[in-house]
Structure formats: structure tokens, C-alpha cells
Design a protein around this ligand. Structure first.
Ligand code: 9MR
Length: 451
């Protein structure tokens, strides 16, 4: 084994090298290695590209993609009242804190979600009998406690979630029934007092196009502004159905912008009846692009958050029986046509190298003279019956052993072909092979070519 002294590497430069490698690994896109991460494309357009996340999943490939591709995170459930105060007066901030820490470590914004809702409240709250005065105090204290905890750390809060019925009347909830529609102004005012730096939003679904519900939201925002109640933005959730992006989406975004508030697409997903076919995935890509295009076209549309980036972390199959495949990555973390459509709408140019199959190289462990690497070949909207991947190393890396593939290295050029038993990669599936190698100097990730 090469000693530090003989390698000429000081401990400090070795540490720098490891830090650089860690940065590269964190930045390694899950799509084709040459693709520009979505967050870089979005940043160049001054937009946010976000995803809802589950805190316990933020390691491994899920964590790598969440960190590398998105510049904003929304806790899918972790900040809801039922999560943070399951017993009255007893708080559990573990998952919410974890997501905020992950976001800070990855230079990401956080959207707080959500303070006032009719759903996912603790049972002590929903089962209690409260006077209007008590309800007002509970609401005020909840908002003050939670918003103060994250004061200065969040870009935005979905203060009020889903206040309207489809016909534009107020939804009958614990809050509306006890406090009348003024609960909305009370909540916004309390949130502003607790964190003057967070943008305050009202968030709802089926308000993406111009319709009775979005017009009710429009009229509410207008009257709040007229009254001087703090309101900075509206969240259009955008839980959409394949082929049904509202034709008035951009017009609707524009009318809120003209009112003087920001607009965010906060929970985008586009569900289809399973099984997913190439035609449906192509339609879905067009739908994703239409939503991104509408946001990019309006300056005050701050960005788009997807409600889970992978089909393995989506609420759709649990709620809409027979539906799914609603997010930009499949269940095996292979980017779908929708991923590439988002990239294209954000100004990217890359497309999958071979149909819709991609090869992703990663270093799974590394020590002072050696490392273990892995390549994953994943297909979505395409399939393979045999595969070959190749890459070129910088000087100093030499493969010593491979498994689940036959690899040859000549100088710096590496070529690996499938083993007899894993040449088939079905649509929606993936295969992985691994190798051990030696390295010296530095160990940057190469660009892998499939085919
Ligand atoms: O993604 C959330 C899911 O894990 C929960 O089971 C569900 C319960 O209603 O809430 C989901 O998120 C919702 C979001 O907070 C508000 N808009 C609708 C979303 C989907 O239900």
C-alpha cells in the first residue's frame, strides 16, 4: 500500500482530496453523467426547483439526488401539526430539524409546510371541544412556536393550506367553523410576527387554471392586501392528471402576479393510469414541460416544487387506486422523460444517451490507495438486451477486479460489458455492477458512455 509520504500527499491535501471527492459525489447527477443538474439550470433562470422529501430517506441514492438536483426542499409531512405536536405541549422536531439541516448542508432553500390545515392535525386537537377564544389561542401559539423555531431559516411558509371548496366557498373546518374566515388573517399576522423574513403563502389545489376556486383565492388575496394583512404569495399545488394541464395556467399565474404577490407551483405531480407506457410517459413529459414553461414565462413565478421526485416516494398510489408514475424519476431512481422535459424547460440541452437508458457511476467507498466503484444502468421508456459502458480515467486509476460485468482497461480507457446473466434491462428496471480499483493523486468521477 502506498504510504502518504511516498505519494507526496500531505494529510491536509489528502483531506482536501477527500472533500473534493465528497463534493463530486454529492453533485453526481443521477441522470447521465454529462447532464447539468436541474438546480443549476433553474438558478441560471432565477427560479427554484424543489422537491417534497421524507426525512428518513435522505441517505444513499435518494439523498444524493435530492441534494444534487434540487435547490429547495419541502418537508412532505414533517412540519404538519400532527407531526410536531402529537401530544399537547410535547413537541417532536426531529424530522423537521433533520430536513432543515440537510438543506443547509446542501445550500438549499426550505418551504415550510404547513401551519393551518384541516388535515393531519393531532387527535387531541381535532377531538377536543374548544371555544372560539381557545381555538384562536391554540392557533396563535402553534404558529408562534413553530415559526419561531425556524426563524430566519426558511424561505417561505405555506401558512394556510386548502381553505376553499371547489365552488369557491370556504371549506368547513375546525378553524372556519370556530373563527370564521378571519382565521386566515390571524394566521398570516402571527406568522409575520414570528419570522418577518419568510414569505407567507396561501396554498391550495385545483387553483392552477382560471376557475371558481382560483377566483375565490384571487379575491381573498386582493382583500387581504387591501386590508394590509401580510400575504406574499400563492401556492398552486398542481396535483395534475395526465393530459390535463389547464390551458389557462399561465394566465392564472399572471393575474396573481399582477395583484402583487409571488406565485409558486408547490406540489407538482402528474398521475397516470398504470401501467406506464412509452406513450403515456411522453405525454407526461409534455405536461411537465407545459407547467415549467408557464412558470418560466412569468417573472413572479418563483419556481416549481415536485411532490416527491421519485415514484417510490409518491402519495398517488395510496390514494388513487390504479394510478401512479406521477413523478420525474421512476421507482429505481432512473430519470423519466419528465425529468428531461423539466431540464429542457429550464434551458438544458441534454437528452438520454441511449433511448431512455442511463449509466451512473459512483464511488461507494474509498481508502488511501483503493476504492470500490459501482455503475448502475437504468431504463425508463426503453429497454436493453445487452449493454456496454465505457469511460476514460485521468491518470492514476486502475481497475483490479470487477463483478457482474466483464471489464477491460487499456491505459486510461475502461470498457465493461454485461455478464451472461444481466444483459437484459427492462423498461423501468436497472442492473448494477461493481469493481475494485487503485488510485493515486485524485479520483474524480469520469463521464460514462452507454452503448
Ligand atoms: O404527501 C403527503 C402524504 O404523505 C400524506 O399521507 C398526505 C395526507 O393527506 O398528505 C400528503 O401531502 C399533501 C399536502 O400536504 C397538501 N396537499 C395535498 C398533498 C397530498 O395529499
Amino acid at each position: 500500500m502506498r504510504s502518504l509520504k511516498r505519494s507526496g500527499l500531505s494529510p491536509a491535501s489528502l483531506l482536501t482530496g477527500i472533500a473534493a471527492l465528497a463534493a463530486l459525489l454529492a453533485a453526481a447527477p443521477a441522470a447521465h453523467a454529462a447532464d447539468t443538474p436541474l438546480r443549476d439550470l433553474a438558478a441560471a433562470k432565477g427560479k427554484v426547483i424543489g422537491t417534497a422529501v421524507t426525512g428518513s430517506k435522505l441517505t444513499g441514492t435518494y439523498g444524493d439526488i435530492a441534494g444534487a438536483q434540487f435547490n429547495s426542499l419541502t418537508p412532505g409531512n414533517a412540519m404538519k401539526w400532527g407531526s410536531v405536536e402529537p401530544t399537547q405541549g410535547t413537541y417532536n422536531w426531529t424530522e423537521a430539524d433533520q430536513i432543515v439541516a440537510f438543506a443547509q448542508a446542501h445550500n438549499q432553500q426550505v418551504r415550510g409546510h404547513t401551519l393551518v390545515w384541516h388535515s393531519q392535525n393531532p387527535s387531541w386537537l381535532t377531538n377536543g371541544t374548544w371555544t372560539p377564544a381557545q381555538l384562536g389561542t391554540l392557533l396563535q401559539n402553534h404558529i408562534t412556536t413553530e415559526v419561531t423555531r425556524y426563524q430566519g431559516k426558511l424561505a417561505a411558509w405555506d401558512v394556510v393550506n386548502e381553505p376553499f371548496n371547489e365552488d369557491g366557498t370556504y371549506r368547513s373546518t375546525l378553524w372556519y367553523n370556530g373563527l370564521g374566515s378571519d382565521y386566515i388573517a390571524q394566521a398570516l399576522t402571527a406568522a409575520r410576527a414570528a419570522d418577518p423574513s419568510a414569505k407567507l403563502y396561501i396554498n391550495d389545489y385545483n387553483v392552477e387554471g382560471v376557475n371558481a376556486k382560483s377566483t375565490a383565492l384571487y379575491n381573498l388575496v386582493k382583500s387581504l392586501k387591501d386590508r394590509g394583512v401580510p400575504i406574499d404569495g400563492v401556492g398552486l399545488q398542481a396535483h395534475l392528471v395526465l393530459g390535463q394541464v389547464p390551458s389557462t395556467l399561465q394566465q392564472n399565474i399572471q393575474r396573481f402576479a399582477d395583484l402583487g404577490v409571488d406565485v409558486a407551483i408547490t406540489e407538482l405531480d402528474i398521475r397516470m393510469q398504470l401501467p406506464a407506457t412509452d406513450a403515456k410517459l411522453t405525454q407526461q413529459a409534455a405536461d411537465y414541460k407545459a407547467v415549467l414553461d408557464a412558470c418560466v414565462a412569468v417573472t413572479r413565478c418563483v419556481g416549481v416544487t415536485v411532490w416527491g421526485f421519485t415514484d417510490s416516494d409518491s402519495w398517488i398510489p395510496d390514494v388513487f387506486s390504479g394510478y401512479g408514475a406521477a413523478t420525474p424519476y421512476d421507482e429505481n431512481y432512473a430519470p423519466k422523460p419528465a425529468y428531461h422535459a423539466i431540464a429542457t424547460a429550464l434551458g438544458g440541452t441534454s437528452t438520454p444517451p441511449t433511448g431512455a437508458c442511463t449509466a451512473t457511476y459512483s464511488v461507494t467507498s474509498q481508502w488511501n490507495a483503493g476504492f470500490t466503484g459501482q455503475v448502475r444502468i437504468a431504463c425508463s421508456g426503453a429497454s436493453l438486451s445487452a449493454w456496454k459502458v465505457s469511460w476514460t480515467y485521468g491518470a492514476g486509476q486502475q481497475i483490479t477486479q470487477a463483478w457482474n460485468a466483464t471489464c477491460t482497461q487499456s491505459g486510461t480507457a475502461v470498457s465493461c460489458a454485461n455478464a451472461s446473466y444481466n444483459g437484459t434491462v427492462p423498461n423501468g428496471g436497472s442492473v448494477t455492477f461493481g469493481f475494485n480499483a487503485s488510485w493515486s493523486g485524485s479520483n474524480p468521477l469520469p463521464t460514462v458512455t452507454l452503448g
